[in-house]
Write a protein that binds this ligand. Structure first.
Ligand code: ADP
Ligand code: MG
Length: 621
């Protein structure tokens, strides 16, 4: 009995039809999705010349009988929607395909051969479509499942062929497609071969974590935090990369909606929003995120390639994503990426001249940092339990107004009450250790019970001021200080306009500005937390923020972003000498402050090296 039906004209008009076959990767995506919809447990894909010469895919799914085979290459013939494709139906899609367009589209631009057999039949049948001409189905040799061959794509369309990138680029795009589908379907085995080489090779029945480790790599998983949150029937799960494990583009971001890889602006924006506070705007987190929601909550019938979706209640989805990610990042405390420490050790090895190699095992040194097996050891233990931000730190306000120039260029003992503190006696809950020295008036070197920590004092302090800002903003509003001489700042008339529109919010953040003619403003008060600061420079940076952020971010996110800029202005500059007390106060406050492992731009605030790493550096191990 035939299960594929032709859609009615009404239904056809309701689906977002369009160009399905843009390049070989879109063919692979459609065919692999068909195999997944057919319930395959193992999908084998082979490509030649980036798929331009051949794409061959075998699955062990339900297969098609003779009648279905004849129908499947007809336009708008599908087993996945009811004939009349009613509204309810289109809004309740549980399969990856639903338009009945892929196979006929592929058949119209290539030579397509499908051999298929169901578990009910004895014989397999094959059908061929050669650049739009279909031949009738005939018996063929083949076991249960479906075998699809697509050869010479676009051969009859030289204009299209010209637009193809190199075969390498096409193979890369195909690898990306298969990897994404494999991430979302960990129970299915995937193998992609190109030119005799396995590009993707995942056995069936992986756990979700095993699958991600295989595809994203161990380094990502070691530097990512698990996320799992459910609200109002929407589940958001996956792994969020640590802010310090950031990237120059968004290519390490993998977003899925109901098992479907998507590039969705709403989701990408929510991710950006969640990390806005801990990453510079030109840096991007790495992450894998699965959103699972009832099919009627999401419209997948938006875009011909099904890469975009529309949510019924976008605000609910965005809210869940932002809060789940934010909560996850905050709960990581001051943790920074292991790659930071690994890179540090790697750099030392490379720069340190002759690496000691005549030692046990003689492991390759100075190569890629993640080959060094430092993995877990290099990370900092997160202090147990939820950390409450300790904004009331007694010494905290002293930071911006450091007047005591206790010169410190050597050891700290004797100055700051660490005297005689041996590292064995370090109290619990001090994972950042005891300050031993300040070097180059920029870095604090601290001793922990099993290594050393180097803190970038400016980056760390910037983070702390920022967190204090946010805290006092939430609790009581930021305290302001009146400038003795109000400062006039000249700006573009348009910028003045933008800033004045935000004057109320800026006042909440402690910055009071007034219009001063067409193209200037006057600063009357600044946030007390900043201490004495260059008000003109602050206003100019804020003007940039406001101009760039525009309407793109929610009010709250803008405030956070803006307070980040303010924090930067109020932070201990590199080059300030710190007393031991001040250094230790900084370390303690970092331990107690969420998100303190990176500055507002995603750079690490500290690097830790374990004694083991140091010993290895010197060939002692
Ligand atoms: P759609 O997936 O949108 O239904 P396609 O053109 O991709 O449209 O496929 C048409 C139909 O062919 C599907 O609905 C399905 O019934 C059948 N089909 C395609 N590929 C396979 C496969 N690998 N195994 C079993 N059936 C398949
Ligand atoms: Mg399909």
């Amino acid at each position: 009995m035939s299960v594929i039906k032709r859609l009615s004209e009404d239904a056809v008009n309701r689906i977002a039809a369009g160009e399905v076959v843009e390049r070989p990767a879109s063919v692979v995506r459609e065919l692999t999705e068909n195999s997944l919809d057919a319930g395959a447990r193992q999908i084998d894909i082979t490509i030649e010349e980036g798929g331009l010469q051949a794409i061959v895919i075998d699955d062990d799914g339900c297969g098609m009988d003779k009648d279905d085979l004849a129908l499947c290459v007809e336009r708008h013939a599908t087993s996945k929607l009811s004939i009349d494709g009613g509204r309810d139906d289109i809004l309740n899609i549980r399969t990856l395909g639903f338009r009945g367009e892929a196979l006929p589209s592929i058949g119209s631009v290539a030579r397509l051969v499908i051999i298929s057999c169901t578990s009910r039949e004895e014989t397999a049948y094959s059908i061929t479509v050669d650049n739009g001409t279909a031949h009738s189905a005939r018996p063929a040799a083949g076991g249960r499942g479906t075998h699809v061959e697509v050869r010479d794509i676009f051969r009859n369309l030289p204009a299209r062929l010209k637009f193809m990138k190199s075969t390498r680029a096409e193979a890369g795009a195909i690898g990306d497609v298969v990897r994404r589908l494999a991430m979302a379907h960990n129970e299915v085995g995937f193998r992609l071969m190109s030119g005799g080489r396995a590009i993707v090779d995942c056995p069936p029945d992986d756990s979700s974590e095993e699958r991600l480790r295989r595809i994203m790599g161990a380094e990502f998983m070691d530097n990512a935090l698990p996320v799992d949150a459910t609200r109002e029937g929407i589940r958001f799960s996956g792994y969020a990369g640590l802010p310090t494990y950031n990237r120059a583009n968004a290519q390490m971001q993998f977003l899925f909606v109901n098992g479907r890889p998507v590039r969705d602006r709403l989701l990408a924006g929510a991710v950006r929003g969640a990390y806005a506070d801990v990453l510079a705007r030109n840096r991007h987190p790495a992450l894998v995120m699965f959103l699972t929601l009832p099919p009627h909550e999401v419209d997948v019938n938006v875009h011909p390639t099904k890469a975009e979706v529309r949510f019924r209640v976008p605000a609910a989805v965005r809210g869940l994503v932002v809060s789940a990610l934010h909560h996850t990042l905050v709960s990581a405390g001051h943790k920074a990426a292991t790659s930071v420490s690994q890179a540090a050790v790697g750099a030392l090895r490379q720069g340190g001249g002759v690496p000691y190699s005549g030692h046990r095992g003689g492991r390759a040194r100075g190569a890629s940092p993640n080959l060094m097996g430092l993995g877990e050891q290099a990370s900092v233990g997160v202090p147990g339990g939820e950390q409450q931000p300790n904004f009331g730190m007694s010494s905290a306000p002293a930071m911006p107004g450091l007047e005591r120039a206790d010169i410190y260029s050597g050891r700290v003992e004797g100055d700051g009450g660490n005297e005689g503190v041996s590292t064995q006696e370090l109290p619990d809950g001090m994972p950042l250790g005891v300050a031993r020295a300040q070097v180059h008036e920029t870095y604090i070197v601290a001793q922990t019970h099993d290594g050393i920590v180097i803190v970038d004092q400016h980056a760390a302090h910037e983070r702390l001021v920022h967190e204090r800002f946010k805290h006092s903003l939430a609790v009581s509003g930021v305290e302001r200080q009146t400038l003795l001489t109000p400062e006039v700042v000249e700006l573009d008339a348009a910028v003045v306009e933008q800033l004045m529109q935000r004057a109320g919010e800026l006042a909440d953040l402690g910055l009071v500005i007034e219009r001063f003619g067409e193209d200037a403003i006057v600063v009357r008060e600044t946030p007390a937390l900043l201490g004495p600061c260059d008000a003109a420079a602050l206003v100019r940076d804020l003007a940039d923020d406001v101009a760039e952020l525009g309407e793109a971010l929610s009010l709250k996110e803008q405030l956070e972003e803006i307070s980040g800029t303010m924090a930067c202005h109020g932070s201990v500059r590199a080059g300030r000498r710190l007393s031991a007390d001040e250094m230790n106060a900084l370390l303690r406050e970092m331990e107690a402050t969420p998100l303190s492992g990176q500055c507002n731009h995603g750079r690490p605030t500290y690097v830790e090296m374990k004694l083991g790493d140091i010993e290895r550096l010197f060939g002692r191990r």
